[in-house]
Write a protein that binds this ligand. Structure first.
Ligand code: E4P
Length: 216
């Protein structure tokens, strides 16, 4: 299972990388805006900086929504660094673009996926990753984990190679449940990964060991 961090914040990416378990980064226009990154050149530079920190894949999202512009933008992003994965929204021209990119060897992440049917289409088009947004489904009283399970079943039925990138992860139990279901990747905030570390019995057990070790 791969761990991606869902942020454009360089400090947090460095911190996750230093933990030694980071496999990649996902960004989106909202996350870039949150870091105050503006202007095309600064945005492109920022993606390169992220690639230089992390060893794995870095999803960079296109803003265009028509085929020609998605292709132009995606090719430009892909040329930035060999770790870049072009993130394309689940829309009609997005699917056409994913098929085009897949045919020429550019890796893609199909984003804003909220149904099993959309995930099936993304796999048919040859997406490298599909990003079902489980937290946003949970936010509207719909079972996000159930969607991850349905996609797992469909992909296994036909041996699709598209990797399930469980996105919009909000907390540590999302990570654990995605692991049980068999998601290939999770992407979430650093806190969702840090939470895996924690158990009160570990803390109290360690405190006791250190206390007893004083008698050595
Ligand atoms: C995925 O790639 C998206 O960037 C992200 O996971 C969306 O998460 P949010 O619902 O917390 O904004």
């Amino acid at each position: 299972m791969k761990f991606f961090i869902d942020t454009a914040n360089l400090e947090q990416i460095r911190e996750a990388q230093e933990l030694g378990v980071l496999d990649g980064v996902t960004t989106n226009p909202s996350l870039m805006a949150k870091e105050g990154i503006r202007g095309k050149n600064n945005i492109l530079k920022h993606y390169v900086q992220i690639c230089e920190i992390v060893d794995g894949d870095v999803s960079a999202e296109v803003i265009a929504t028509n085929l020609d512009d998605i292709i132009r933008e995606g090719e430009e992003l892909a040329e930035l660094h060999d770790q870049i994965v072009v993130k394309v929204p689940m829309i009609r021209d997005g699917i056409k673009a994913i098929k085009y990119f897949s045919d020429i060897g550019i890796r893609t992440n199909c984003t804003l996926v909220f149904s099993a049917g959309q995930a099936l289409l993304a796999a048919k088009a040859g997406a490298t990753y599909v990003s079902p947004f489980l937290g946003r489904l949970d936010d509207i009283s719909t079972d996000g984990l159930q969607l991850i399970a349905e996609i797992r079943q469909i992909y296994d039925n036909y041996e699709f190679e598209t990797q399930i990138l469980a996105a919009s992860i909000r907390h540590t139990m999302h990570v654990v449940n995605c692991a049980k279901i068999g998601a290939d990747v999770i992407t979430g905030p650093l806190s969702s990964i840090d939470g895996l570390l924690k158990h009160p019995l570990t803390d109290s057990g360690l405190a006791k060991f250190l206390e007893d070790a004083k008698s050595f």
